[in-house]
Design a protein around this ligand. Structure first.
Ligand code: ADP
Length: 487
């Protein structure tokens, strides 16, 4: 039997991306199709989504819901892989410029609960026959935006619809989609769903909790994060529920789309290069130094950051270590956008160290590739990190990742300790304690390794030889689906 799965998500690369979620939703369905799963996606009809799809056609009129009228379901195709994408058309909810979640003042839209309830509801409608030509066996919901999909499936089932299985994937437990209890009435769920055994979370409605409670299986994006979220320290209030579901939870590491993130095919970097012929990497470094106004110096150890500027990412800790980088003759380039305080901190660091620290505030896909290609070291000092993609891209480009030992970072980077160097395992720099001494120790190891030219080269080659393809991940998801449908 060909398994049909409908992914429900708010973002999909290259249509719309604010973070790693989009990369996953862009890459997993084509990888699943390669393995014989019939995977489709449903997205909100944001302007960028509509603009990027081919062959948009009407599928069904969904009527009115959540205070919005005239909701339509359409279907288009995303090339080059030909993934079929459903879009939920509600101009009232989705036809807004800019960030999909925040208004021009960077505040969440006041109607986000209803905007994303519609996404989950539409996924459940597709699962119960809204498209006469296709129906999934499984709805696979991603993050809180789609968290109500499993709840609507249960609600429709109660109304007589056939049972459809569901999977909830947590890309980041810190974003839970929590809204006032007074909004529950607007969500069109049975009244008894507002309960501890349901969508209620400390007197609020939580979309993520709903998904974690009602979905048949739960996955998250690395084995270490799957364990961490079941602890009180890192469970963000949901560890109790997650512990009760421990046998339904699987950690599956994200993959890398190497057709986009590989220095041998990357059109957006100064010079392509490969593991065997790596000379182009120093040209990328020079180009990056020029582009960012850094001193042109091949010997300066160049640290790069491409990140959302949020507390999660640990960049306050990095800021405290900037003098340690600069005093050793190193350079730092940062691309990011987010918290105003962190943006200011970055700008101040650049002003204090002209020619050695350069910062670009904003979201720039092309520059992100240039930074990963041109840096010697890419820093991901996150407080917590479900999987992390940046360090995986960095490995592929021979920019050694410097990371905090948490979540997916712990699962993918091996520290250049003496013993790991001796055993030919090292691929980067890993620090254990989230404090200045921890990160500075790792920075010092980076400088020390750089001074040993041939060992540095060997670690770079090993990093580039790591493989985190989507095929493995797609196979693991297929196992989850099989376990579910066989049960
Ligand atoms: P998260 O999803 O928490 O933001 P990930 O490491 O999983 O973290 O994914 C981040 C993705 O977003 C990567 O593809 C990274 O290159 C990209 N990214 C983050 N910030 C920027 C930015 N300012 N400009 C361009 N790309 C960015």
């Amino acid at each position: 039997m060909t398994v049909c799965v409908l992914h429900a998500a708010a973002e999909m690369f290259p249509l719309l991306k604010t973070g790693g979620l989009a990369d996953v939703v862009g890459a997993l369905p084509p990888a699943q199709s390669q393995l014989g799963t019939n995977a489709r996606v449903v997205l909100p009809g944001f302007p960028a989504v509509l603009a990027g799809l081919d062959d948009l056609q009407p599928v069904a009129d969904l009527g009115g819901a959540f205070g919005a009228g005239n909701i339509r379901l359409e279907r288009g195709v995303l090339q080059p892989h030909g993934v079929v994408v459903y879009v939920v058309r509600s101009d009232q909810f989705y036809d807004r410029p800019g960030n999909p979640y925040l208004d021009a003042g960077h505040r969440p839209y006041a109607d986000n609960d209803r905007r994303f309830a519609l996404l989950g509801w539409a996924a459940a409608r597709i699962a119960t026959g809204a498209d006469p030509a296709w129906k999934p066996h499984i709805v696979h919901a991603h993050d809180w935006h789609a968290g109500l999909a499993p709840a609507y499936l249960r609600a429709f089932e109660r109304g007589g619809a056939a049972r459809v299985a569901s999977v909830m994937t947590v890309h980041n437990l810190a974003y839970q989609g929590t809204f006032p209890a007074s909004e529950f009435g607007a969500l069109q769920l049975p009244g008894d769903f507002y309960a501890v055994e349901g969508v209620e979370f400390y007197g609020h409605v939580s979309f993520l909790k709903a998904g974690l409670y009602y979905a048949d299986r739960i996955t998250t994006v690395s084995p270490t994060y799957a364990r961490e979220i079941q602890t009180q320290a890192q469970g963000a209030g949901l560890h109790g529920l997650l512990q009760t579901r421990t046998h339904d939870i699987t950690g599956i590491l994200n993959g890398v789309d190497y057709s986009i993130w590989s220095p041998s095919v990357d059109e957006s970097i100064a010079t392509k290069y490969t593991q065997a012929k790596i000379s182009g990497k120093s040209k990328c470094k020079t180009a990056l130094q020029e582009r960012m106004g850094l001193a042109r110096d091949d010997d300066a150890l160049l640290f790069g950051v491409v990140s959302r500027l949020t507390e999660q990412k640990g960049l306050d800790l990095l800021l405290s270590a900037v003098p340690d980088i600069v005093q050793r003759g190193g350079q730092l380039v940062v691309l990011g956008t987010g918290d105003p305080a962190l943006e200011t901190g970055m700008k101040n660091a650049a002003a204090a160290h002209p020619g050695a620290v350069a910062v670009e505030l904003g979201f720039d896909e092309t520059l992100s590739h240039s930074i990963i290609a041109g840096s010697d070291v890419v820093m991901v000092p996150s407080r917590f990190e479900p999987c992390g993609l940046t360090q995986l891209y960095a490995l592929a480009y021979g920019a050694l990742p410097l990371v905090h030992r948490v979540g997916g970072l712990a699962d993918t980077v091996v520290d250049s300790s003496l013993e790991n160097l001796a055993d030919e395992l090292a691929t980067g720099f890993v620090f254990d304690t989230f404090d200045r001494a921890g990160i500075v120790g790792a920075i010092r190891r980076a400088f020390a390794l750089k001074a040993r030219r041939s060992e540095w080269k060997a670690v770079v080659k090993r990093a580039m030889g790591q493989s985190f393809g989507w095929e493995d991940a797609a196979r693991r998801y297929a196992e989850v689906y099989q376990g579910l449908l066989g049960a």
